[in-house]
Design a protein around this ligand. Structure first.
Ligand code: GTP
Ligand code: MG
Length: 196
């Protein structure tokens, strides 16, 4: 299944954001964890958002309009030392501001790499998100790289590392095998269908 997805804006600062007139779901997390790949897997379009082996690929806030009804917002990753000044400025100011003030933002998908225990910066992002009245969904990517024998332990380490509770919606995800795609979609649809 592939959806109609159109890149409607690539923004470095709020002047370049499209008008806030459609519900938005944003994808946030450290550089290279697989945010853009996850977006592509959800939409069913491999080359939609640009993906790279090296961190720091997504450098702007990319707004994709899906089926003309809502938007997926691919955020640049943070935590990559060799980023440009403009990217540091985005995670310092522009992205937190977007997440805090965008009236149409329905949920943030906090994307982490399932192969590594949460880092300080993952925890900091979550602390920031918890203070904002926005829904949070958790996607732990690259699950295809996990051995089946270690999966339940990995989930435990990730949930404990982020101090998640029973109500938090957490999905193991792989853009390669599409594990978790349907479940994450269901959670996103649920957020989109809530009254604003
Ligand atoms: N095996 C595997 N590789 C993945 C998966 N998701 C992403 N990757 C790889 O991880 C690398 C980074 O993926 P991106 O989607 O560009 O990551 P990103 O989080 O958007 O990175 P930035 O834009 O730099 O913040 C690429 O080499 C992807 O092919 C996955 O589920 N499984
Ligand atoms: Mg990216």
């Amino acid at each position: 299944m592939s959806l109609n997805a159109i890149l409607i804006a690539s923004a470095l600062s709020p002047e370049d954001f499209p008008p806030a007139n459609k519900p938005e779901i944003a994808f946030a997390g450290r550089s290279n964890v697989g945010k853009s790949s996850l977006l592509n897997a959800l939409v069913g379009r491999k080359g939609l958002a640009q993906v790279s082996k090296s961190p720091g690929k997504t450098q702007c806030i990319h707004f994709y309009e899906i089926d003309g009804k809502f938007r997926f917002v691919d955020l640049p990753g943070y935590g990559f030392a060799r980023v440009s000044k403009s990217l540091r400025q985005q995670w310092g100011v522009v992205i937190p501001q977007y997440i805090k003030t965008r009236p149409t933002l329905r949920a943030v998908v906090h994307v982490i790499d399932s192969r590594h225990a949460p880092m300080e910066s993952d925890i900091e992002l979550l602390q920031f998100l918890r203070e904002i009245p926005v829904s949070i969904l958790f996607a732990a990517t690259k699950s295809d790289k996990l051995k089946s024998s270690e999966r339940s332990k990995v989930v435990d380490v990730l949930k404990r590392g982020l101090a998640l509770n029973e109500e938090d919606r957490f999905f193991l995800f792989s853009s390669v095998t599409r594990e978790g795609c349907r479940e994450l979609w269901r959670a996103i649809q649920e957020e989109l269908s809530k009254p604003s």
